[in-house]
Design a binder for this molecule. Structure first.
Ligand SMILES: *[C@@H]1O[C@H](CO)[C@@H](O)[C@H](O)[C@H]1NC(C)=O
Ligand SMILES: *[C@@H]1O[C@H](CO)[C@@H](O)[C@H](O)[C@H]1NC(C)=O
Ligand SMILES: *[C@@H]1O[C@H](CO)[C@@H](O)[C@H](O)[C@H]1NC(C)=O
Ligand SMILES: *[C@@H]1O[C@H](CO)[C@@H](O)[C@H](O)[C@H]1NC(C)=O
Ligand SMILES: *[C@@H]1O[C@H](CO)[C@@H](O)[C@H](O)[C@H]1NC(C)=O
Ligand SMILES: *[C@@H]1O[C@H](CO)[C@@H](O)[C@H](O)[C@H]1NC(C)=O
Ligand SMILES: *[C@@H]1O[C@H](CO)[C@@H](O)[C@H](O)[C@H]1NC(C)=O
Length: 634
């Protein structure tokens, strides 16, 4: 009996020893890139998602969510530099797609308790309730990221950062901005943009200064803090304190997330490695685009459009058609049997995608081991057949490495298509209008370079002649306004569609607004430009991992190409010159009449400025560049 007791006691002592050992190791500093491995104390809507993202709230009304690091730190231990601490975290506030405004906000919290489950949502931010609001017995320090203006707490606006002690009337607050060391000015950020952002909170015991510094995720910690408040934490902290996050929703909702977090009691918190962070959830509308891109990334090497569906029954017709172009344009012919074998019998497993008038399969030619893509045109469709032949004809006649299939990096992608399109418009024997440029008709090759495919709707005409009115064909969102009016496809209408494509790929949005609440893509990019942050328009899933100059060029060029007035759009040759850096894009401010025309009206006739005028205005630079090229050429 006695022996049994002793061993139980020993076991307990051992366990207590172990726990104190681990906590001593952990409480002082930690770093998380995603929270899959963490043992955070969660309540309310808080949840660790399968990719490691810490969700505090999702877009559900009147909820709170809390996440606390499970060990308290001792503020009254001489071996630590007492109350000093440093922390760095990446957060994301994703707006509800059905609502323009987001709510309510989130906060970094230092609290004597890790149970705030009795606190209230909405403006209380999950920190307090009506019975304990404002009491000095709360011992709560919070740094709030507030996306709603609450007049009762003297909030300055609906997009601010504040330092709160025991209540929500901030000791100090400021509009969400960061200090750009490069541009030497403050730049405003929108907390609820759906983009990840980074924050640093540092307290130094000797200075008694609490600093809060905010920045977009791709910008390193700015030299100047957003808030720097003198505060005596020894009056607020108890001996044992917990650190964590709180967030709330009200009638206004948003998804509020933490991507990564480092905390340190004995020095500067380590910076997070942004490449290791989980990604924020994408909004429903973007999921479809993601799927399209995923299916494109299946590596396709060469698209050789081949008449596989034309079977023995229509052999005669097929031969007639073949003769017509095959004799002229070269021997691009494979037997149905070979194609059948190459695609494993048009096996569904080899299906890459479904283009206009037929399915596209991956295949390997047994003779050469060459990877090919085979389009199986529906035999029932007479129209399908003629469109298909148009495709074959153009493929055979036009030999250019960027025709056929397409790629990635938005820049290489755009350049690839532009180069193909320039060739169609200007460099061939005849002018070729593609008429159906859209991401679905663009394929990626192994080098992830863009290639233009699906010539199902292509039309030819002689250089210098006037295109005829034809059936209105193409895809809504990529159709230029004058094409809708006159039915005349021109190189300018191809340029318009190309612009819409560039913007769609760079921004990860469809050109047309999904619902009337949202801006259409051109308005959205123009809007970001007017606010001075054109890069905010980029797809948040890129997480800023692109060359900013190139992205800016792609966005601006995309806008020019989308101009409602065809005369104001650049030609494909100009587009190539800009992309290649041979000619600088003219400097245009967002309030230039050219840009105003996007939002002012859709009546192209009202637009007086055209692109060539613009070039003249910005010409000194342009001309000298061209001249120097000419001189070098001699
Ligand atoms: C939010 O989470 C709750 C519970 O986890 C779930 O029932 C609800 O569908 C989610 N709402 C959204 C908009 O994701
Ligand atoms: C620190 O702890 C000691 C004993 O545990 C206590 O006497 C002292 O008042 C505490 N100091 C503060 C500032 O809380
Ligand atoms: C308010 O919050 C405190 C601390 O979380 C809790 O003890 C108290 O019960 C709550 N009061 C109400 C009315 O919910
Ligand atoms: C600022 O913080 C101190 C604690 O250091 C607190 O006593 C004071 O009430 C706060 N001031 C305001 C205006 O909230
Ligand atoms: C930038 O913001 C900080 C803090 O809000 C302010 O003190 C400073 O004057 C601002 N600087 C400029 C150049 O606007
Ligand atoms: C807080 O910011 C001020 C002003 O930039 C700086 O002098 C001070 O060293 C900073 N303190 C900490 C703890 O980062
Ligand atoms: C905490 O600070 C110490 C001293 O600067 C440093 O060695 C350590 O890596 C830091 N830890 C974290 C998690 O930031």
């Amino acid at each position: 009996m006695a022996a049994a007791h002793r061993s139980l006691l020993l076991w307990m002592v051992f366990n207590v020893y172990l726990i104190s050992l681990t906590s001593a190791q952990d409480e002082n500093q930690f770093i998380y890139h995603g929270f899959s491995e963490s043992k955070l104390h969660l309540d309310g809507m808080a949840e660790i998602l399968s990719n490691g993202l810490l969700q505090l709230t999702n877009a559900t009304e009147l909820q709170t969510g809390h996440a606390f690091y499970p060990f308290s730190f001792k503020s009254n231990v001489s071996s630590y530099k007492s109350l000093s601490f440093s922390t760095n975290f990446v957060f994301g506030i994703v707006p509800d797609p059905n609502n323009k405004n987001s709510g309510h906000g989130m906060a970094f919290v230092v609290s004597p308790s890790l149970d705030l489950s009795k606190s209230k949502p909405t403006a209380y931010l999950g920190l307090f309730n009506s019975s304990n609001y404002g009491l000095s017995t709360n011992h709560i320090l919070a740094v709030e990221l507030d996306t709603v203006q609450s007049a009762e707490y003297n909030d300055i606006n609906g997009n601010h950062v504040g330092i709160d002690v025991n209540n929500l009337e901030s000791n100090e607050s400021a509009t969400a901005t960061y200090f750009s060391d490069k541009e030497v000015k403050n730049i405003t950020l929108e907390l609820a943009s759906g983009n990840p952002m980074q924050i640093w909170i540092d307290f130094d015991e000797t200075e008694k200064l609490l600093n809060v510094t905010l920045a977009p995720i791709r910008i390193p910690k700015p030299n100047r803090p957003l808030l720097s408040t003198s505060i005596d934490l020894s009056q607020i902290f108890l001996d044992s304190m917990y650190v964590g996050f709180s967030a709330s929703t009200g009638e206004l909702v948003s998804g509020q997330y933490i991507l990564g977090w480092s905390f340190n009691k004995s020095g500067q918190a380590q910076n997070l490695d942004i490449t290791k962070l989980p990604s924020l959830p994408v909004r429903g509308s973007k999921k479809r685009i993601l799927k399209i891109i995923a299916s494109l990334i299946v590596a396709v090497v060469v698209l050789i459009a081949i008449g596989a569906t034309v079977y023995i029954f229509q052999k005669k017709k097929y031969e007639e058609l073949c003769e017509d172009w095959e004799r002229k344009y070269g021997p691009h012919r494979f037997s149905y049997k070979n194609l059948y074998n190459a695609t494993k019998g048009f096996n569904d497993k080899e299906l890459i995608g479904e283009g206009g008038f037929g399915k596209v399969y991956r295949g390997v030619l047994p003779s050469s081991n060459e990877q090919i893509a085979v389009k199986n045109v529906s035999h029932d469709s007479k129209q399908g057949m003629s469109e298909f032949v148009a495709e074959i004809v153009s493929m055979g006649r036009l030999r250019h490495r960027n025709l056929a299939l397409i790629g990635f990096s938005d820049f290489e992608f755009s350049r690839g298509i532009a180069s193909g399109l320039l060739y169609l418009h200007e460099d061939g024997e005849q002018v070729v209008l593609h008429r159906d440029i859209k991401p679905g008709n663009i394929l990626l090759d192994v080098d992830l370079s863009g290639k233009l495919g699906d010539f199902g709707l292509a039309r030819f005409y002689d250089h210098g002649s006037n295109p005829k009115t034809t059936n209105l064909i193409g895809t809504l969102g990529y159709l230029a306004p004058e094409l809708l009016r006159t039915g005349k496809a021109t190189t300018s209408t191809d340029v318009f569609a190309f612009g819409a494509c560039m913007l769609e790929v760079a921004c990860g949005r469809k050109p047309m607004a999904i619902d009337p609440e949202n801006l259409n893509l051109v308005d959205w990019v123009t809007d970001c430009w007017k606010r001075g942050h054109i890069l905010d328009a980029t797809d948040p899933r890129l997480e800023g991992l692109y060359a900013e100059e190139q992205m800016e060029l792609v966005l601006k060029l995309g806008l020019f190409c989308s101009h409602p007035n065809p005369a104001a759009r650049p030609s494909m040759r100009q587009v190539m010159q800009y992309l290649d850096g041979d000619v600088m894009l003219p400097h245009i401010t967002p309030d230039d009449p050219l840009i105003a025309a996007f939002t002012a009206s859709n009546e192209a006739s009202n637009v007086l400025v055209n692109f060539s005028e613009l070039l003249e205005r910005g010409s000194s630079h342009t001309m000298s560049t061209v001249e120097s090229i000419l001189i070098e050429g001699r």
